[in-house]
Design a protein around this ligand. Sequence first.
Ligand code: FAD
Length: 400
Amino acid sequence: MDFRDSPTEQAFRREVRDFLDAELPSSVAHRRTEWGLFNGTGRADQGYADFFKTWTAKLNARGWGAPAWPKEHGGGGLSVKEQFILSEEFAWKRAPRPGGIGHGWAGPTIMVYGSEEQKRDYLPKIISGEDVWCQLFSEPGAGSDLASLQTRAVRDGDDYVVNGQKIWTSGAHRADMGILLARTNPDAPKHRGISYFLVDMKTPGITVRPLVNMLNSHEFNEVYFEDVRVPASHMLGEENRGWYIGTTTLDFERSGIATSVSHQLIARDLVSYAQEHEVGKRSLAANPHLRLELADRAVEAQVESLICYRIITMQERGEIPNKESSIAKLYSSELDVRLAVTGMHLGGMRAQVRDFDDEPSLGGKLARFYMHSTTSPIGGGTSEIQRNIIATRGLGMPRG
Ligand SMILES: Cc1cc2nc3c(=O)[nH]c(=O)nc-3n(C[C@H](O)[C@H](O)[C@H](O)COP(=O)(O)OP(=O)(O)OC[C@H]3O[C@@H](n4cnc5c(N)ncnc54)[C@H](O)[C@@H]3O)c2cc1C
């Protein structure tokens, strides 16, 4: 890949930088997106919510709210490289962007498999922020082996009647809509009896129960379906072909590209922390073990950015990353954990403090990042599953 921007790309990068310099209030630049953490409590305050609404409208006016989406659906229609430049510049400035399941996974899947009516009904509300989406895939007995899911959808007149339980559903308590995988043919081989539905989360019979994580934050949920009537017109694609549509959603989920910058920023923040703090009147940065550990993290963040560049290059050539997405997901989520462990080594006992006013613990950020990092190698397909994909599709080894 040629790492240099072409003159047109240079001009676009300048445009994004100028926009952020002029429009991004410094008071919010560091709030929600920093280190991939929420603002400490997991809850957005009203001031931030109001800012984000206006901010989303400003980005949408430029097509930057959904830069990868085609213009006909309200997106920016940007090239792969322009999307990458936008992501990089926003990440370097720690600037928030609309995103999540609607923008990143549900919307793109609807674009590929949806009818014209479904595209018209759902896509504009994702862009405007009116509809927030959640992903109803995992079940208590179906995570890595998702195809063994048991939630049933039985045709009854113009509806399907859904019964079953989903788990780990991020944001279901805030969601207006959900993408649902349910079994429509229990007699078919497991991958061939699943259908994909677009479900209104306010439908009678849906119960959302909170699951509070070890950060004391309510992010994911259990979702119960009891005789929930979903109109047949809300099925995406054909009956019993949902597994193949679901794998498209998972490909979108795994091919995010923005995190390499955030890891470079975290590595930099940790170096600054080492330079600014002392133990026994000696700078942490002079400690030979910590120096080497920090150097490793800085190198790894650079390696991650090269993995991202490789994916961008493939996408620019019209190739579809497959094992490459698994390599990126594996490397990025495990780097999250290594960075968090380095943060704990630097902070020592202070790193265990979760108090938001405690300066030596970076306002509790070291502890929260450490706890949060444990989820990275699990969500979106575990590290073991990514390694299996790399071994079989990447290295040509037989299935175990
Ligand atoms: C923060 C977070 C958010 C999430 N949000 C959502 C969401 O919004 N919607 C949703 O549907 N799901 C969500 N999930 C669930 C996630 O997709 C599953 O947790 C994940 O797929 C793993 O499934 P499991 O937890 O059932 O673990 P299991 O599949 O039971 O795996 C248990 C262990 O066995 C290992 N294992 C399993 N199979 C193999 C194999 N073949 N080879 C080697 N090792 C194997 C796994 O790697 C893991 O270590 C979320 C998870 C997290 C952590």
